[in-house]
Design a protein around this ligand. Sequence first.
Ligand code: SAM
Length: 311
Amino acid sequence: MSKNETYYEHQPVLLEESVEYLITDPGGIYIDATLGGGGHSLALLSQLNNDAQLIGLDQDDEALAAANSRIGNDPRFSTIKGNFGYLSRLLPPELHGRLSGVLLDLGVSTHQISEAERGFTFQKEGPLDMRMGNLRGITAYQVVNEYSYEDLRDVIYHYGEERLSREIAREIISRRPIETTIGLRDAVEAVVYGKHQIKSVARVFQGIRIEVNRELDMLREVLDQSLALLQTGGRIVAISYHSLEDRIVKKFFKSGNHEGKIEKDFYGNPLTPIEEISGGIIRPTEDEIKQNPAARSAKMRVAEKIELPEA
Ligand SMILES: C[S@@+](CC[C@H](N)C(=O)[O-])C[C@H]1O[C@@H](n2cnc3c(N)ncnc32)[C@H](O)[C@@H]1O
């Protein structure tokens, strides 16, 4: 199987629901900010008309190559390589304020996880890398082998949401240098016992991956910038896979900022430039989870940009 084909193994999550919520104008301009293997983009294109424009963005060269070869030559579709945290700078200025929708299907793709040499998986031996793109950024090796005890503990506690962060950080430090994913897994398994062992390993890997890719900072950035780039009535569809991401999305959709503070005018009317229209979280059906277990933790929220009354 070619590299591109392994990308197509990624089954798009909440596909019908996300496409239905995202498209408000079949001739509009849309951004798939997490293109991956192009599963969502392909479905979007099938619902858009000839006037539409869809830009797929990913920071991973392999994802871009796979999506381009899967979607082929479609005049409505183009791609940009980059981190969605810099979305406004990556998009041509003439599109600013004209977008009908931005799709965020966060996290890593099945393909990225299945490639041992990318270092995302604890199931196979690989180098401690975990970078999704930006090959100049820090790697998991640096977090594991060079962070101070306090910083490592905090990454594991805050981003991994792992209670035994102190014990695990101490164990990792006592085993330095740790060279591979299996070495990191062994360190976690030396301090966590019983049936929760594998969950703790997954949480430590998640925490380090979030740190390496600055995932939460980038999510806050892309939410801010998407809101600014949308036209009134345009939508953001965000699919997240862990509670830290969902908390950020929820707060932003409620208030339009990251403090969750609802600004009010002189008369006390809320001045919120965004409204959550999904009525909270939308989850995959039991059937979808049965067919695609990777969908089980997915949470989708949808918000619309609203026009504020004239001052
Ligand atoms: C879950 S996959 C998307 C799968 C895609 N929706 C599909 O159906 O094939 C997430 C993708 O987003 C990309 N990604 C994650 N964070 C990113 C960021 N900050 N900037 C750009 N791309 C990012 C990853 O490289 C990965 O390819």
